[in-house]
Design a protein around this ligand. Structure first.
Ligand SMILES: *[C@@H]1O[C@H](CO)[C@@H](O)[C@H](O)[C@H]1NC(C)=O
Ligand SMILES: *[C@@H]1O[C@H](CO)[C@@H](O)[C@H](O)[C@H]1NC(C)=O
Ligand SMILES: *[C@@H]1O[C@H](CO)[C@@H](O)[C@H](O)[C@H]1NC(C)=O
Ligand SMILES: *[C@@H]1O[C@H](CO)[C@@H](O)[C@H](O)[C@H]1NC(C)=O
Length: 421
């Protein structure tokens, strides 16, 4: 495993994890006010100096005219999500909220949907291809079982997702797989020199998600097509021993599901959002369990912040609003909130032991979800504060005049039975 990354220093948020080069991990506490003040002063000073010299250096003649967009393309962050903070390289989330930001569907921008199992991603993925109010709407030829979501003036896809490009980077590809694959796959499809990537995803309350996955597997789903590609190779059966023999795990009971140590349902969201190369991929002997878990969680939180959009299944309306405001796109349908999903039945019939086991198996996801909730509401406040028509907009989410009822569409005809959702 020589092509793994060494753990790098990642100062994320003041209350986030600090990963040191020797693999040691520390929680960085909130700094004291005075040191923070000092930092701000230093930062301002640096900014001034950079401004004076940087302007002349980075902005020779034509570039600086009006096209700040051009410079972004030149220094893009190929195949990667947003930059963590404001930097010269690529956009950050705050940059996206600037008035002059547009998701440039006509040129180099690509949305990449990281779809984790049982987070409501299937409905969301359908809304993306079917309900967005676009200059050139997606078309969904039945014969192809997928949709074309093309740029207005070329037949190139602006959306990388199951229902457009297909599972090009593997079934339910995770962060590690997508970031090492999307750019190359799109290069195979089209000749575009540079692209900007906007990663989007959904998270769900971890216990409900876990139970939902359990029921799905009990009904026979396997996600066998998932590759678990990391560090340049597929995970081996020794690294992820199968939980069952034979074709699938149909009819499994909850205790057996919980009992399988290599069951990827546990802490799935953290694993799928983390950069697994930091922890030696699926090689559990690469570092201690505690260290592995802490680094994965810190990495997942960091990558969450780099998502141009993430929604929470439990907050459909807020998620829809944030998506629309961030990308300046509108859905012609209000997202539905399904409160009483099947899992509430299962939830009530759990024994105390089962509840405890599930919570402890998903400890990282529970922390990640709490964090995601905090960030979601921060983002909500931020976009809300820039929106003079908030009340009206929020009340009429999904209503677009002249486009009140989306066209009839038979999704069952589009469903591909070989790819379990
Ligand atoms: C909510 O339920 C409706 C009707 O059962 C379904 O069509 C829709 O996909 C569900 N939405 C989500 C996010 O699960
Ligand atoms: C795009 O595809 C459509 C059919 O889907 C075709 O009619 C059209 O000529 C194509 N346009 C370009 C620019 O390739
Ligand atoms: C897993 O990691 C250990 C410790 O770094 C290493 O010795 C071992 O060769 C690795 N296993 C594989 C399959 O790469
Ligand atoms: C879902 O739950 C929220 C908050 O618990 C509630 O406000 C909303 O009315 C519920 N929606 C439905 C369709 O039951």
């Amino acid at each position: 495993m020589n092509n793994l990354k060494s753990v790098s220093v990642q100062i994320v948020n003041s209350d986030l994890a600090l990963l040191l080069p020797n693999g040691v991990y520390e929680i960085k506490q909130m700094e004291s006010k005075s040191s923070r003040l000092k930092q701000i002063c230093l930062f301002c000073l640096a900014l001034c100096i950079f401004g004076i010299f940087g302007f002349g250096y980075f902005c020779p003649d034509k570039v600086c005219a009006l096209s700040s967009r051009e410079t972004i393309y030149i220094e893009d962050n190929i195949g990667k999500p947003l930059a963590q903070t404001k930097t010269k390289v690529g956009l950050s989330y705050d940059d996206m909220l600037n008035d002059d930001f547009t998701f440039d569907m006509d040129s180099h921008d690509v949305m990449v949907f990281l779809h984790m199992q049982k987070t409501g991603g299937t409905s969301f993925g359908k809304h993306l291809v079917h309900d967005l109010d676009l200059r050139r709407p997606c078309t969904c030829p039945i014969s192809r079982k997928r949709c074309h979501c093309f740029r207005p003036h070329s037949n190139q896809s602006w959306l990388f997702s199951r229902y457009t490009t297909g599972w090009k980077c593997g079934l339910h590809a995770d962060w590690t797989e997508l970031t090492s694959c999307v750019d190359a796959k799109l290069d195979d499809l089209e000749t575009v020199a540079k692209r900007r990537y906007f990663y989007i995803t959904l998270l769900r309350e971890p216990v409900s998600r876990y139970l939902s996955e359990f029921r799905h597997v009990q009904r026979g789903a396997t996600w066998k097509g998932s590759r678990h590609f990391c560090g340049g190779r597929l995970a081996t059966d020794r690294e992820i021993p199968p939980c069952y023999e034979g074709e699938d795990w149909e009819g499994v009971n909850l205790d057996d599901f919980i009992g399988c140590k290599s069951n990827l349902a546990a802490n799935r969201q953290t694993r799928m959002l983390a950069d697994l190369e930091l922890v030696g991929c699926y090689n559990k002997s690469y570092m201690s369990k505690g260290e592995r878990e802490r680094i994965m969680l810190a990495s997942a939180k960091k990558n969450l912040l780099s998502m141009a959009f993430f929604g929470l299944t439990e907050y459909q309306k807020i998620s829809q609003y944030i998506f629309e405001e961030t990308f300046n796109l509108r859905f012609a349908i209000p997202f539905e909130q399904n409160n009483s999903t099947v899992s509430s039945n299962t939830l009530n019939s759990l024994t105390t032991k089962q509840s405890e086991d599930i919570a402890s198996l998903n400890n990282l996801d529970i922390e990640l979800y709490d964090y995601a909730k905090k960030i979601l509401f921060q983002r909500f406040e931020k976009v809300k504060s820039r929106d003079a028509d908030f009340e009206e907009r929020f009340k009429n989410l999904g209503v677009i005049y002249g486009k009140q009822s989306p066209t009839e569409f038979d999704w069952d005809k589009l469903e591909d039975p070989t790819e379990s959702p």
